[in-house]
Design a protein around this ligand. Structure first.
Ligand SMILES: [Zn+2]
Length: 110
């Protein structure tokens, strides 16, 4: 669709389509399947898609993801110390937390 910005995730600008499921509308990238959430109208879906594409372009979504991820990492750190939880659950939480921390460090900040 001509009035939709390129996909914020894969950059595809061609195969982006308005999808309709009963009264719900959402926009989906046919290349990577990224989509907006379902909203009540076509203009709303278009607005949602284009707003996210713009935020991604100026680093806004990356910044929000980093902030949310750091918060979750701190929560995960505390959960992994909680001896009321089964050992394998604590190990899984700690594994995920270390993965996040490593990714953020590799990305240059945090
Ligand atoms: Zn895409």
């Amino acid at each position: 669709m001509a009035d939709l910005k390129p996909c914020p995730f894969c950059g595809n600008a061609e195969d982006i389509e308005m999808q309709e499921v009963q009264a719900d509308h959402y926009i989906q990238c046919l290349e990577c399947e990224a989509s907006t959430s379902c909203v009540g109208s076509r203009p709303e879906a278009r607005e949602l898609w284009n707003r996210r594409a713009a935020a991604r372009a100026d680093g806004g979504v990356d910044k929000q993801l980093r902030t949310a991820g750091t918060l979750l990492s701190n929560i995960a750190f505390n959960l992994a110390q909680d001896e009321r939880l089964p050992e394998e659950i604590r190990a899984a939480i700690d594994f995920a937390r270390r993965g996040w921390d490593t990714a953020v460090r590799a990305d240059g900040e945090g």
